[in-house]
Design a protein around this ligand. Structure first.
Ligand SMILES: Cc1ncc(COP(=O)(O)O)c(C=O)c1O
Length: 507
């Protein structure tokens, strides 16, 4: 019998008109002086460029979209045709129209920040301002040397330490105990970064279909991890701080069993929840039975004294006391803490950890054993060395970040005077408020000028935060200031229709 001819397998995602609607809010607003179909095509193109509409997503039919937008079918048909002509869509009879990226364009693969696509120069000489992370401190290289000198001790073993190297688990536990949260090494699981830690935790404590309370805005990779694990994000606004009562109400209304929070210098706002707020949050968590994953990745980046001092040109006074970790305020089973060496020391270490009750750590270690069996030893040894004398590194980074934040803030005042840019309490970024909802458009135009920035909607659900943009101040001042000049060019081009025949490099 002849073999049946194999059909090519097409695994395209789909976006319904209902899902697309929040992303197309005010699409006509950019249609000043241009036909509606061009404005619609422009908006769809921006969604592809910033990744909110993934490549290979089948769009709603022209008729369905026209009905949903209350526009004519000619508008949607012409918009789709324009997308196809410019390489942002393909289509076929029967299969509909799906998103693509132009092959030979300057904008090729633009939804991938360079550090993800591997195009970035890993020495840091690139236009990627999409990640908020510092270069390595001077202490890092000697820490690796010390780690290498210790390696012979471990070589007779098989090298697998699924829960983490005991001496590193000890150091991390000591760090929590010193911060006011008594912890044993058995309560720590070392991971390859906080993001792996989050994926692991979600895989163990969350069921598909569960609702998860997240701050709005939130860390995009966390929202993505929750969705990938089958969770549904329930957003709670936090731009004006944490409203614990509202969080409790939302948890009760939605039946959320889980929350993902960053109360130690939130990414992207940089806010810190004080002890009183933590006490209230701990009580609410105990009362509702909700579990909290608290991501403390930014905890060491306290700028509360260094920033005002740098603004005033004075030496920084001693740091203010940090509130105790959130887990100190809630019953043990309710809070799972994620930590990371990436911001305090260096992202290249790829070291993170989970702090939880001992039984949960055992379950997580089992799950981890099925995944990757453990992390590299050299990096764990180096991190243990760095943790032995972390305070001077922490202080130095806080000063460095404050100086860079002020330089960026000043440059923005000069180059983008109509933006409102609050100074954060900590972290690595300015969460800028734009006077118009043009974040995606500006990020796309900046990209064409060689600068990667993460537009506001990446931190929101359903297209929110189009009037915000995150500007990390992690890079040296010599990179930050010219970046704002480029950004100002991109900003000045807003409202001008980015039609596909425009040369974006000239904006
Ligand atoms: C809040 C937050 N969590 C986790 C991460 C990822 O951390 P890691 O490099 O340890 O995976 C980041 C990185 O930017 C972050 O901002």
């Amino acid at each position: 019998m002849p073999l049946a001819k194999k059909q090519p397998i097409q695994q395209r995602g789909r976006v319904s008109a209902r899902e697309l609607m929040p992303l197309l809010t005010d699409w006509r607003a950019s249609a000043v002086g241009i036909p509606g179909y061009r404005a619609l095509a422009d908006r769809l193109r921006l969604l592809v460029l910033d990744g909110r509409l993934p490549v290979d997503t089948v769009l709603p039919s022209e008729r369905t979209l026209a009905d949903a937008l209350q526009t004519s079918r000619t508008t949607t048909t012409s918009a789709y045709r324009l997308l196809r002509e410019s390489g942002f869509a393909e289509g076929s009879q029967g299969a509909g129209t799906w998103t693509t990226l132009p092959r030979d364009s300057k904008l090729e693969s633009p939804i991938w920040p360079e550090h993800l696509s591997g195009e970035a120069d890993p020495t840091g000489a690139n236009g990627d301002f999409s990640s908020a992370a510092l270069e390595a401190p001077a202490e890092l290289y000697p820490a690796y040397q010390a780690a290498l000198a210790e390696m012979p001790r471990f070589l007779p073993g098989n090298g697998y330490v699924t829960s983490g190297l005991p001496m590193l688990r000890e150091r991390i536990a000591e760090r929590y105990t010193e911060a006011g949260l008594p912890t044993t090494p058995e309560q720590i699981l070392v991971t390859n970064g906080a993001l792996q830690a989050l994926h692991l935790v979600l895989g163990v404590v969350m069921e598909r279909g569960d609702r998860v309370l997240v701050e709005h805005p939130t860390y995009p990779a966390a929202a993505q991890a929750i969705r990938a694990a089958g969770g549904r994000c329930v957003p709670v606004p936090v731009e004006d701080g944490w409203d614990v009562q509202r969080m409790g109400t939302l948890i009760r209304q939605t039946g959320a069993h889980l929350a993902y929070l960053m109360v130690d210098f939130h990414n992207p706002t940089g806010d810190l929840l004080d002890e009183a707020g933590r006490r209230q949050l701990g009580a609410m968590v105990a009362d509702t039975g909700c579990r909290v994953i608290v991501d403390e990745t930014m905890r060491d980046l306290d700028l509360r004294t260094t920033l005002p001092a740098a603004r005033a040109g004075r030496p920084a006074p001693d740091p203010l006391p940090m509130p105790r970790p959130l887990a100190a305020f809630a019953p043990a089973e309710h809070v799972i803490t994620l930590g990371s060496a990436s911001k305090t020391f260096w992202g290249g270490l790829r070291i993170g950890w989970i702090r939880a009750s001992q039984p949960l750590i055992r379950r997580l270690a089992l799950a981890r054993g099925n995944e990757d069996l453990g992390g590299p030893l050299l990096e764990q040894l180096a991190t243990a060395h760095l943790l032995e004398n972390a305070e001077p590194i922490r202080r130095h980074r806080q000063q460095l970040l404050a100086d860079r934040a002020i330089a960026l803030h000043d440059a923005l005042r000069v180059n983008l005077p109509d933006w409102t840019v609050p100074l954060p309490q900590g972290g690595l970024s300015l969460w800028c408020h734009l006077p118009e909802p043009r974040s995606s458009q500006v990020a796309a135009a900046a990209r064409a000028l060689g600068i990667w920035l993460t537009p506001g909607p990446r931190f929101g659900l359903d297209g929110a935060f189009e009037a915000r943009i995150r500007m990390p101040f992690a890079r040296p001042v010599a990179d930050l200031v010219p970046m704002t000049e480029v950004l100002a060019r991109a900003w000045r081009a807003r409202g001008r229709a980015h039609t596909f025949d425009d040369d974006l490099t000239t904006v």
